[in-house]
Design a protein around this ligand. Structure first.
Ligand code: SF4
Length: 481
């Protein structure tokens, strides 16, 4: 039995961290590039990971929940149930539940995400044939460390490699959103990026374990430079729409009913908040907490605690700066060829919130990121903001409460887009109205201030380098004003 094979399977919480090497690790789909790059990182360190087919099992996910759960919980539950049922049918008596491990990360803090895997354990236990499929996780508690689910050497490689892979996946997403609305031939971007993803996964699996990331960065640069040639520069720049909100629904195209493509069809260009933003936030928040505890221990003259906390704080700070360095390294390669949107720094978002007394990171959750990012987007010259979230999502309700009146006062078009799997006939009408407002905002800004705004300026690095060593300054490239 899988559970007993894995030692002390904890029936109290129903989930457990253990070495998953040798098992088939089942990962729910989310952001398509990032999920597949992450699975490749697992494979690079010897874990046979695969992404489950997604959304086909939504009816199952809804059948085994009460309706009060968060929508991502229903979708991911549907994915695992549908996968296991399919495997059982396909393999018949050869189906061995203990071959598989279901991987569902969790978060501590005030949100329900920490309970998804426990709740899903209860559901899997209702099926005799799935009781022995273990559930494992990584957690925000220790900044998604994989130490407890693989050997130490593999875990250390996996941590660095998976961060680099997620940055590259974010850049690939941003490349698609920057190029696809202006492509010279319909479908060329998607078909190229499918091949590019396969090449990235192959490279991760082949050389990722060595942590020699130069080839991956070379590949990122090649992808951006090729994709840049797909832009028909005669097509005018469109209104730029920032999409913030809950990480799962905003990045999972089935759950958000393909909102990026819909906005593009209605005449916009999107920039969705990145996956790295959340990972950077977890590290930033951990450093913030450790600093507070260290300060408290110092004030209380508790030197034993100071000695214990100081190295931890230093390690987290190093990790924070490593992430910034890695992100800059990869983005700078793509930015030589294509003016994709750079990612926000978490410290910048916090300062913006603090300056305006809008929200405090002490409250936690994604609300701070969404509010901060939307304000940055106003500052960066975006033309509208959409808050995408699961119906009844708690942090997103906070985001709405703060952003709606605020952006209204700033005359920034804003739209709430809640999702629960139902088709809402008036959603497209609301989006059309929103896009009309965004286009008007863009027109009036161009008329008022920036006449270069409708141009595409694709850096031609092969022929011309700027003084910053080939990393053009956004403001000089006629991208978002
Ligand atoms: S962020 Fe929203 S969807 Fe996610 S667990 Fe919290 S309430 Fe649920």
């Amino acid at each position: 039995m899988g559970a007993s094979n894995n030692g002390n399977f904890d029936r109290l919480t129903g989930v457990k961290q253990f070495d998953v090497t040798g098992k088939v690790l089942l990962i729910p789909d989310m952001a398509p590039f990032a999920a597949r790059a992450l699975a490749a990182c697992f494979r690079a360190v010897g874990v046979n990971a695969r992404i489950m087919k997604t959304y086909d099992g939504l009816a199952l996910g809804k059948e085994f929940t009460s309706g009060k759960e968060c929508f991502p919980c229903q979708v991911t539950l549907g994915d695992i149930l549908s996968f296991l049922k399919g495997e059982k049918e396909r393999l018949g008596p050869a189906f061995k539940p203990e071959r598989y491990v279901y991987f569902l990360p969790e978060a501590d803090g005030p949100c329900r995400f920490g309970m998804y895997n426990k709740m899903q354990r209860l559901v899997l236990d209702r099926f005799e044939e799935f009781r022995d499929v273990p559930i494992t996780y990584v957690s925000t508690r220790n900044s998604y460390s994989a130490d407890a689910i693989m050997p130490p050497k593999a875990s250390s490689i996996f941590r660095k490699l998976s961060y680099a892979a997620i940055i590259i996946a974010d850049i690939m997403d941003r490349t698609v959103w920057r190029v696809r609305p202006y492509e010279i031939r319909q479908g060329i971007t998607d078909s190229f990026m499918e091949k590019a993803l396969a090449a990235v996964m192959e490279e991760i699996e082949e050389s990722g374990a060595s942590l020699k990331l130069k080839k991956l960065n070379d590949l990122t640069e090649d992808i951006a430079s090729t994709a840049a040639t797909f832009i028909d520069t005669r097509k005018p720049r469109r209104p730029i729409i920032g999409i913030v909100g809950e990480i799962y629904v905003r990045t999972h195209p089935d759950s958000n009913q393909q909102i990026a493509r819909l906005v593009e069809r209605l005449g916009g260009e999107v920039v969705i908040a990145s996956i790295a933003e959340w990972i950077n936030y977890i590290t930033y928040d951990m450093a913030r907490d450790q600093k507070r505890l260290l300060r408290l221990a110092w004030l209380n003259r508790d030197f034993a605690s100071v000695r214990e906390l100081a190295p931890k704080f230093t390690a987290t700070q190093i990790e924070k700066y490593y992430q910034l360095f890695r992100q800059h390294r990869s983005y700078s390669r793509a930015l030589k060829h294509l003016d994709i949107q750079k990612d926000h720094r978490i410290g910048t978002l916090e300062k913006r919130l603090d300056r305006n007394n809008l929200y405090n990171f002490d409250v936690g959750t994604e609300a701070g990121l969404s509010i901060g990012a939307a304000l940055e987007q106003v500052h960066e010259g975006f033309d509208g903001v959409i808050n995408v979230f699961p119906f009844t999502c708690m942090p997103s309700a906070i985001t709405t409460a703060v952003l709606k009146p605020l952006l209204n006062r700033m005359r920034m078009p804003y739209l709430d887009a809640p999702y629960d799997g139902a088709i809402q006939p008036n959603r497209e009408i609301a989006l059309r109205t929103f896009m009309y407002q965004a286009a008007q905002r863009r027109e009036s800004r161009i008329a008022g201030k920036n006449r270069n705004d409708r141009r595409h300026v694709i850096p031609d690095n092969d022929h011309k380098r700027d003084s910053s060593g080939g990393i053009p300054d956004r403001n000089s490239r006629g991208s978002h004003p």
